[in-house]
Design a protein around this ligand. Structure first.
Ligand SMILES: Nc1ncnc2c1ncn2[C@@H]1O[C@H](COP(=O)(O)OP(=O)(O)OP(=O)(O)O)[C@@H](O)[C@H]1O
Length: 456
């Protein structure tokens, strides 16, 4: 979105001619015929560029330039000056003006100068947000083969290209909501714009508000400098609001206003700042239930939820488990300097059968840990954590009596269960002890006791 231009010029003909010319070029133009009007407008709105006459009826243009330079937005300034004032123009350049143009000028020359100034401004902003966040449009991976996952991807593609409608991504923790949000940005027409993220549960309310809206100098005790908020940094791109369900009831109406008007004020500021931002939010919470119990505003919920994407938990798309596990293994191997071993046939059914309460994030952690344990060998059941190796329906039945069984002594069941754990770990006592939640010495003692015990 083009930033507005302010023309400060007391000469009626020049002000109107330049104003009309720039408006025809598609610029959003405001005009002021004296210094006082100019300063009032600069307080009210954000400008990208100011065309400034040096001789104004009530003020010297250099004084206005100084005020602009002190301001927080720092719009670029092009001085419009008559020939005998070149010296003053040079002084203006020294004082921080972007350039100057001699009156009378060709409108085409002015247009070229404005184009260059706007490009400079855009690059400066770009450098600023690049510093704040990385914008590499690399989606870390969207791996999945299940019908549910493919349907979700299809929906993501369609929503990505659907203008800038807000999107709400719902799914349990670790299901990949952030990856999907990034995919929406990268596959949308605003992929070249900034990708900015904010986790609404990570900061206390006050800090979160100033992160989002920015603040003016002196807005509160610690506000020594003006700071642009993430809304400004996301201008022309996408703002990802993670854990939106954790946004406080105080901040909810403030966010709603931005969604509705695409404009806001910095904390402690009076100026209305317009932005062009696509909002993508994510939550693992049940927002409709929160709306019912009054902890989430209904109007905000409907605003955020124009495009909705549901990410199913991993246990509901088990076909994705092995492709994901292989993908994480491929990625891990080079980082820990091993040749790729792969998954052993014994580990595959365990991975597929496990419930994955932590979803894809848990799977990634399990595979990385297993790769470290296995080095370049195949990953077997022995390399998987206890809960995955044991928490299987078949294993649970080992120690469970059926209706016809006699009640057996605990030590007997314990011995049987220890043998089962050892089998699972191919005889590795350290791993078996870990799986059983006891230390190795205790395991050894229990094995010795069971060996010494007479057969019942
Ligand atoms: N389909 C996928 N393909 C490849 N990697 C994935 C996939 N889904 C998730 N991941 C990976 O799993 C991890 C967790 O994903 P992500 O952080 O996006 O989850 P989330 O749903 O946003 O979690 P939270 O709610 O805790 O913020 C990340 O490392 C991510 O790269």
């Amino acid at each position: 979105m083009r930033e507005p231009i302010l023309i400060v010029e007391d000469d009626n003909t020049i002000r109107v001619t330049v104003g009309n010319f720039l408006a025809r070029q598609g610029y959003d133009v405001e005009v002021a015929e004296c210094g006082e009007q100019a300063l009032a407008l600069l307080k009210e709105r954000s400008f990208g560029l100011v065309l400034l006459d040096l001789r104004l009826p009530d003020m010297n243009g250099l004084d206005i330039l100084a005020r602009i330079k002190e301001s927080d937005d720092q719009p670029l300034v092009i001085i419009m000056t008559a020939y005998p004032e070149v010296r003053t123009a040079v002084a203006a350049l020294k004082a921080g003006a972007y350039d100057y143009i001699n009156k009378p000028f060709d409108l085409e020359d002015l247009q070229e100068l404005i184009r260059r100034a706007m490009e400079t401004r855009r690059l400066r902003k770009e450098v600023e947000w690049r510093r704040a966040q990385s914008n590499d449009c690399v989606i870390e991976g969207l791996i999945g083969e299940s019908a549910a996952f493919r349907q979700m991807l299809d929906m993501t593609e369609r929503i990505a290209s659907a203008g800038k409608i807000p999107v709400l991504i719902r799914g349990e923790s670790g299901t990949g909501k952030e990856n999907v949000a990034k995919a929406i940005h990268c596959r949308s027409p605003r992929a070249d714009g900034p990708w900015v993220t904010l986790n609404c549960s990570a900061l206390p309310e006050g800090l979160l508000e100033s992160e989002l809206f920015g603040h003016e100098r002196g807005a509160f005790t610690d506000a020594k400098q003006m700071k642009r908020g993430l809304l400004e940094l996301a201008d022309g791109g996408t703002l990802f609001l993670d854990e939106i369900g954790d946004l406080s009831l105080t901040l909810q109406p403030k966010l709603l206003r931005v969604l509705e008007t695409q404009s806001f004020r910095r904390l402690g500021g009076q100026k209305e700042i317009r932005v062009d931002v696509r909002f993508v939010s994510a939550t693992h919470r049940d927002l409709p239930a929160m709306v019912k119990d009054g902890s989430f505003r209904e109007d905000l919920y409907y605003r955020l939820n124009v495009g909705a994407i549901d990410l199913p938990p991993l246990r509901e798309r088990r076909e994705d488990i092995l492709p994901l596990a292989r993908y994480f293994l491929d990625k891990t191997a080079p980082t820990i300097g091993i040749e790729l071993g792969g998954l052993d046939a014994s580990s595959e059914p365990l991975l597929r059968a496990y419930g994955w309460p932590g979803n894809v994030r848990e799977l990634r952690n399990v595979v990385e840990r297993a790769a470290i344990l296995a080095r370049s060998e195949l990953i077997t059941a022995n390399h998987l954590p206890r809960e995955i190796a044991i928490d299987q329906p078949s294993s649970k039945s080992v120690a469970m009596p059926t209706g016809t069984d006699r009640v057996r002594p605990l030590v007997e069941i314990e011995a049987e269960y220890i043998r089962f754990a050892l089998e699972r770990c191919a005889g590795n006592k350290t791993l078996a002890a870990e799986m059983l939640g006891i230390n190795r010495v205790t395991l050894r003692n229990k094995l010795r006791e069971s060996d010494e015990r007479p057969e019942s």
